[in-house]
Design a protein around this ligand. Structure first.
Ligand code: HAM
Length: 417
C-alpha cells in the first residue's frame, strides 16, 4: 500500500462541508469590502521567496520545498502567498491605472516543518492583500474583517494581538540598541540566534527556544524608538479598533516570522489548538513592492491558516451529514431502469438524489436512505409501475403518499423544493 507523504493530509468528504461553509462565509465578507479573487501558481522561482520573506527566516532557511527543474532553475512550492501576489501585481502592472487594489486568494501552501496538531507540510491559507493604501484605516479593516469572520463562524475563543515594527526611519536605531543588548546575553542564545543576530537581530525576538525567550525578556522595546509617523499610525489603528469595539492586545514582543513587515503586524491567537496558537497572521509591508522591482507602493495583508480555522470551528460541532432530498428505492430491474432516468432528470434540475444500483431488498435500501439522511424515499417496484403510481415516504414524519408516474420528475421537483 502506498500512503500519503508525512505532514500531508487528505480532506475527506465528511470534513469538506465545513471547509466550504468557512470559504463561502469568508468570500462573502471579503467581497462586501471590495476584495477580488486572484488565483496564482503554486510554484515560483525560489528567488522570489528568498528575497521577500528573508534569507534569515526559518521558512527560507529550513522549510521550503525547493528543487532544480530539468534545466537547473531553482523552483519552490510556495510557502505563503504574499510574495506571489506582489509578483503578479508588479508583473501585470496593476498599479498603472489605480494602485489601490485588493485581493483574496485561497489555496495550498508548503512548508517542511515538523508535523504536529495544527501544523502540516501542505496546509491551506485564506490570504488577503491590499495594495496602494497607506492609511491606517486599512490596517483596521484587516483586523476588523478577521474579527467579523470569526464572529460569523461562531468562534469566541480568539484574541487579536497587534504590534508595530516601525519603518526604515526608526527601525535602524532600534536594531542597533537591540543588537547591543543581544551581544550582552549572547551566551544564553541558541545556535540559530547566535548566527542570525548580527544580520537580523529582530529574529531573535521571534525564537521559540525557551532560553532565548528568557534571554530577551528584558530587551529594549521598539515602542521607545518609534518615529512620530509610526507612532501616529499605530495610535490611529488602536483608537479606531476601540471605536469599532474590536478587542485586541498590544503584544510588544510580537515580531512575526517574515522579514517584509513594516509598522502594523497582527495575529489572531487561540488556546484551542495547543502549541499552534496562531489562527491567522499578517501586517503591513510598505517596502515590498518596490523591493521586488515595482514602484513604491504600500501593502498590507493577512493569511488565515485554513486547516487551523477548521479545527477551531469544528470543536464542539458534530459533523452534519450532507442532506439528500430524495432516495429512490427501486425494486427489480424494470424499476431500476426507470429510476435511473428520473434520477438523471432530477439531478440535472438541482435535486440531490441517490438510488440503489445493486438490486438490494427494500429493507436494506431503506436503511441506506436513512444513513444518507434522505428527506424522502420514493418506493417503486413492478406493482407500482403497472399501477402508474409510486409511494413517496417523508422520512421525518413517516407519512406516505401516492405519486403518479406521469411527469414524475416535474411533480417531485415541485413537491421537494
Ligand atoms: P504566517 O504567519 O507565516 O504568515 O502564516 C499565516 C497563518 O498560516 C498562520 O497564522 C497559521 O495559521 C497558518 N500556518 C502557517 N504555517 C502552517 C503550517 N505548517 N500548518 C498549518 N497552518 C500553518 C504568512 O504566511 C503571511 N504571508 C501572511 C500575510 C499576508 N502577511 C501579509 N499578507
Amino acid at each position: 500500500m502506498i500512503n500519503l507523504i508525512r505532514g500531508f493530509k487528505d480532506i475527506l468528504p465528511d470534513e469538506v462541508a465545513l471547509w466550504q461553509h468557512i470559504e463561502t462565509t469568508a468570500i462573502d465578507l471579503f467581497q462586501s469590502f471590495g476584495y477580488h479573487e486572484i488565483r496564482l501558481p503554486i510554484m515560483e522561482k525560489t528567488e522570489l521567496f528568498a528575497r521577500s520573506i528573508g534569507e534569515d527566516t526559518d521558512i527560507v532557511e529550513k522549510e521550503m520545498y525547493t528543487f532544480p527543474d530539468r534545466k537547473g532553475d531553482l523552483l519552490t512550492l510556495r510557502p505563503e502567498a504574499t510574495a506571489s501576489v506582489v509578483r503578479s501585481y508588479i508583473q501585470h502592472k496593476m498599479y498603472a491605472v489605480d494602485p489601490a487594489r485588493k485581493f483574496y486568494l485561497i489555496g495550498p501552501m508548503f512548508r517542511r516543518e515538523r508535523p504536529q496538531k495544527g501544523r502540516y507540510r501542505q496546509f491551506y491559507q485564506i490570504d488577503v492583500e491590499a495594495f496602494g493604501i497607506a492609511s491606517p484605516y486599512v490596517d483596521v479593516q484587516m483586523i476588523f474583517m478577521l474579527h467579523t469572520l470569526l464572529d460569523r463562524l461562531g468562534v469566541k475563543e480568539t484574541r487579536a494581538h497587534i504590534n508595530t515594527l516601525g519603518d526604515p526611519e526608526c527601525r535602524p536605531a532600534y536594531r542597533e540598541a537591540l543588537l547591543g543588548f543581544l551581544n550582552g546575553v549572547q551566551a544564553q542564545l541558541c545556535a540559530d540566534c547566535k548566527r542570525r543576530k548580527d544580520r537580523n537581530p529582530l529574529r531573535v525576538l521571534d525564537c521559540k527556544v525557551p532560553t532565548c525567550r528568557a534571554a530577551v525578556a528584558e530587551a529594549p522595546s521598539l515602542m521607545d524608538y518609534l518615529c512620530d509617523t509610526c507612532r501616529v499610525h499605530f495610535d490611529t489603528v488602536c483608537r479606531t479598533l476601540d471605536e469599532l469595539e474590536v478587542p485586541y492586545i498590544h503584544d510588544k514582543r510580537m515580531v512575526r516570522g517574515l522579514d517584509y513587515y513594516t509598522r502594523t503586524t497582527f495575529e489572531l491567537q487561540t488556546d484551542a489548538l495547543g502549541a499552534q496558537s496562531a489562527v491567522a497572521g499578517g501586517g503591513r509591508y510598505d517596502g515590498l513592492v518596490e523591493a521586488l522591482g515595482g514602484p513604491p507602493t504600500p501593502g498590507i495583508g493577512f493569511a488565515i491558516g485554513f486547516d487551523r480555522l477548521v479545527e477551531v470551528v469544528a470543536q464542539g460541532r458534530t459533523a452534519a451529514p450532507q442532506p439528500l432530498d430524495l432516495f429512490i428505492a427501486a425494486l427489480g430491474e424494470r424499476a431500476q431502469h426507470h429510476a435511473f432516468g428520473w434520477l438523471s432528470a432530477l439531478g440535472r434540475d438541482g435535486v440531490s438524489v441517490e438510488m440503489d444500483y445493486a438490486g438490494r431488498s427494500l429493507k436494506s435500501q431503506m436503511k441506506r436512505a436513512d444513513r444518507l439522511s434522505a428527506a424522502h424515499v420514493l418506493i417503486v417496484g413492478d406493482a407500482e409501475l403497472d399501477k402508474g403510481a409510486a409511494v413517496l415516504r417523508n422520512m421525518s414524519t413517516k407519512e406516505q403518499s401516492e405519486i403518479a408516474l406521469d411527469n414524475l420528475p416535474e411533480t417531485l421537483r415541485q413537491q421537494l423544493s
